[in-house]
Design a binder for this molecule. Structure first.
Ligand code: BT5
Length: 271
């Protein structure tokens, strides 16, 4: 039996259902999202993305899940993904020189998407958190690997709190929120995912062709000018987050006057 083509405006009026077909229908993305795999439940979309990348999936493949049972943050911390949230991972094959721009591209895309779809101002806490009203609404985990001598891949994992309430977030130690809590209403995950993929697609195309997202990203950082505590393993120090350098590292002026360069991925930051 033939079904009529999907109409996106009709989808918007219906329930908040996610599927690969609904996500890709008429999507403007050229690369990011040209292949979407949707699973109602997975351990971690980043794990699936890495397995897919090793198995030869095309660049731009995106794994989307309804919920994760073993979602991960940085340094193997756990990431909570109950039903109602968004968990997705995009597989890209970036040149080595672009690796540092990926976190900027991903966090900027998330912030833009939240503003466009939920109408909320969003800020970025260096290096990988997106905040609404000062609370964490999204975390990003980027992992890299190699498939062959010539192909390096990156799995860009994005977890966003969407239609969940305070109860679901009670197990989280961070000051966290969801789009539902901030807007007072449900937000379409389908619209969020589609907007996010289009945004990532545009920004990735821009950095691949030599553009920079540094300034736009820096303008959204809440961290600059703030007193921060940097922890790396057992060591910690405090200072003022003064600036970011060209590849996004944070320059922290310690209280003794020394300027220290802090590289994303190795540290946690308490603002
Ligand atoms: C992150 O790590 O913020 C990166 C999170 C990335 C999750 C995505 S979901 C799709 C993909 N698949 C995965 O398995 N992961 C990625 P980090 O900066 O280390 O923050 C982790 C900390 O955030 C935890 O220690 C908790 O305190 C807190 N946390 C956990 N779940 C949270 C949630 N849903 N909302 C806000 N904070 C949360």
């Amino acid at each position: 039996m033939l079904f009529p083509p999907l109409c996106y405006s009709k989808i918007l009026m219906t329930e908040d259902i996610l599927s690969a077909e609904l996500i890709t229908d008429g999507l403007a993305a050229r690369l990011v999202g040209r292949r979407v795999l949707y699973y109602p439940e997975v351990t971690s979309t980043n794990e699936i993305a890495k397995t897919e990348a090793q198995a030869g999936t095309p660049e731009g493949t995106v794994i989307v899940a309804g919920r994760q049972t073993r979602g991960r943050g940085r340094l193997d911390r756990s990431w909570l993904t109950p039903e109602g949230n968004i968990a997705l991972s995009a597989v890209l094959f970036p040149d080595e020189t672009l690796l540092r721009s990926l976190i900027m591209m991903a966090s900027l895309s998330v912030a833009d998407t939240i503003e466009t779809v939920a109408g909320l101002p969003a800020q970025i806490k260096w290096p990988n958190d997106v905040l609404v009203n000062g609370k964490k609404v999204c975390g990003i985990l980027i992992e890299t690997g190699v498939r062959s001598e010539t192909v390096r891949f990156a799995a860009i994992g994005i977890g966003m709190n969407v239609n969940i309430g305070q109860e679901e977030l009670s197990g989280v130690r961070t000051d966290a929120t969801s789009l539902f809590l901030e807007t007072g209403g449900r937000v379409s995950r389908l619209r969020l995912v589609r907007e996010l993929l289009e945004d990532m697609d545009n920004l990735y195309a821009s950095i691949v062709s030599g553009g920079s997202v540094l300034e736009e990203w820096r303008d959204r950082l809440v961290t600059l000018g703030q007193e921060v505590r940097v922890t790396e393993g057992d060591a910690a120090f405090e200072g003022i987050a003064e600036s970011v350098d060209r590849d996004g590292s944070l320059m922290v002026r310690r209280h003794d006057g020394r300027l220290t360069r802090v590289v994303a991925g190795d540290v946690t930051l308490r603002v």
